[in-house]
Design a protein around this ligand. Structure first.
Ligand SMILES: Nc1ncnc2c1ncn2[C@@H]1O[C@H](COP(=O)(O)OP(=O)(O)OP(=O)(O)O)[C@@H](O)[C@H]1O
Ligand SMILES: [Mg+2]
Length: 486
């Protein structure tokens, strides 16, 4: 059985899916959105203003007041300032269907055809934007009036670049500013988020530490708490830290209560087992005495006495097992010293061989003597229990192989048989107390099974600082233990 792997290192603050990353990215996106919106809005406003200024200059160039009210009077309006370079001004008159015009200002690129084209445009009250061949876009204002049977047309135009040039530099500027704002907000948000989430990171580290504590055994003391500066109820994270500390207090209390009641139960089992030994010995003794008595007993009484003896013997063994388990639970009183494991395995297998000739018993020992730090008596009991299982839970003719080897600082003992295997439903709990195959199966096997044998194996091996495990494949059941070498 293995514990779920606890997270070892906390993820990096900007790691994928972390809260910091989300906060930073969202803040940056928001800043980018606002900056872009502002730039667009400002650009539109500047465009409006620049175009209005250009139009006002056209109005003044044509000699019309810039108030935008339709001005019917045509006298007294002098052409205003002609503006910067690039101005076009054409004055034309159509008298009796004949067009005559005079160009008072034009850039070199404007040819006669363009002039005629400009004159053919429909007059509008407001300036319009037109493409002038060779000179790009122009903002043009056309005025027409009738004077003494002659139609007088005045066209003034100014290059539209007076709007587009400042607009493009403004757009470039806005773009640069947007990029700068995004970078700045990313850096700032990252710093702020990292600083504000640092207590949370520390909290996570504490939680990880707690999750790695071995709480399943012992008094359940939890020596770790969130530091006071991270358990300050003034902040959200502080409240989590405070709640976490309360939870740890609670857990510690609960574990202490559990430990106390477990100790009581263990003590009770130990006392009860101890107290049961004497009356059991008396029962056995009296039964034996009666059977050996001079008078021949009736057959059924003799049978009953035999049963009393057998059952009280079984019960003594059970009481002894319980006492041993209770002792190993409270304070393992093992006599640990450098012990020759090879000899123990050898003896246990010869005992098994002597006790049972239905099975074949093989032994696989290394050439060198294996010495481990062990309690010889208890280790013998462990191997004997494994061999007893290989004998009692398998049919006659089963081959049992016992192997010993030393590897990586461990003495490994394994008992393998080719019997039917451990029933799947008890495989996971086979080392727990009172786990055994269902009763009918045990009865069929004719055994007196208690389900404590492997629990003792496990408790003794763990008290040695070792491990036990089961490998079950069809036709091959291996119980193995390992304890540290001396
Ligand atoms: N080698 C094996 N092959 C098949 N089943 C096994 C083997 N060893 C153990 N088992 C199963 O595991 C159960 C638990 O074994 P355990 O030694 O703990 O108890 P037990 O042998 O039933 O009783 P006890 O050993 O206390 O007399 C057994 O009842 C049996 O069903
Ligand atoms: Mg057993």
């Amino acid at each position: 059985m293995s514990l779920p792997a606890a997270p070892t290192a906390s993820p990096s603050p900007m790691g994928k899916g972390t809260l910091s990353r989300q906060l930073v990215l969202r803040t940056t996106a928001l800043v980018a959105l606002v900056t872009v919106a502002l730039s667009v809005f400002t650009a539109l406003a500047s465009f409006q203003i620049l175009q209005q200024q250009l139009d006002a200059r056209l109005e003044s160039a044509i000699g019309r007041p810039t108030g935008r009210n339709p001005d019917s009077g045509d006298t007294g309006n002098q052409p205003g300032d002609l503006g910067g370079s690039g101005l076009i001004r054409i004055d034309a008159a159509t008298i009796n269907g004949v067009l005559k015009y005079q160009v008072s200002a034009r850039p070199d690129s404007v040819d006669d055809a363009t002039v005629v084209a400009l004159l053919s445009l429909r007059p509008e009250r407001d300036p319009v934007t037109v493409a002038v061949s060779g000179s790009g876009l122009y903002r043009v204002l056309i005025q027409q009036r009738v004077l003494n049977a002659a139609t007088i047309t005045t066209v003034v135009g100014l290059p539209y670049s007076e709007v587009t040039t400042p607009m493009s530099s403004q757009l470039i500027m806005a773009g640069l500013l947007t990029v700068g704002a995004v970078i700045l907000s990313f850096v700032a948000a990252r710093r702020v988020v990292e600083t504000s989430l640092r207590p949370l990171t520390r909290l996570a580290a504490t939680a990880t530490q707690v999750s790695n504590l071995p709480l399943e055994s012992g008094e359940g003391h939890v020596p770790i708490r969130v530091a006071p500066q991270d358990a300050n109820p003034a902040s959200e994270v502080g409240r989590v830290g405070l709640a976490f500390n309360h939870m740890l207090d609670n857990v510690e209390n609960a574990l202490a209560v559990r430990h106390r009641s477990e100790t009581k139960v263990r003590q009770f089992v130990a006392d009860a087992s101890h107290e049961l030994r004497n009356p059991l010995a008396s029962i056995r003794g009296y039964a034996e005495l009666t059977r050996r008595g001079s008078e021949a007993l009736p057959e059924d009484a003799a049978h009953a006495l035999g049963r009393i003896e057998a059952e009280s013997e079984r019960m003594s063994a059970l009481v002894q097992d319980l006492l041993l388990l209770a002792r190993l639970d409270s304070e393992p009183t093992l006599d640990l010293r450098a012990t020759d494991v090879t000899e123990i395995v050898l003896n246990a297998v010869s005992d098994a061989r002597a006790a049972n000739s239905d099975h074949t018993w093989a032994l696989d020992l290394p050439e060198d003597v294996v010495t481990a730090r062990a309690d010889a008596h208890r280790l013998h009991q462990v191997v004997a229990n494994l061999l007893a299982n290989a004998r009692t839970h398998t049919p006659a003719g089963t081959h049992v192989n016992t192997a010993l080897r030393a590897e990586d600082g461990w003495a490994v003992i394994s008992v393998t048989d080719n019997g039917p295997g451990v029933p799947p439903e008890i495989r996971d709990s086979v080392f727990e107390r009172f786990t055994r195959a269902d009763a009918s199966r045990v009865r069929r096997a004719g055994g007196s099974s208690t389900g404590l044998g492997l629990a003792i194996v496990s408790a003794v091996v763990h008290a040695h600082g070792g491990q036990v495990w089961l490998d079950c494949e069809p036709g091959r059941t291996t119980f193995a233990i390992r304890i540290p070498l001396a």
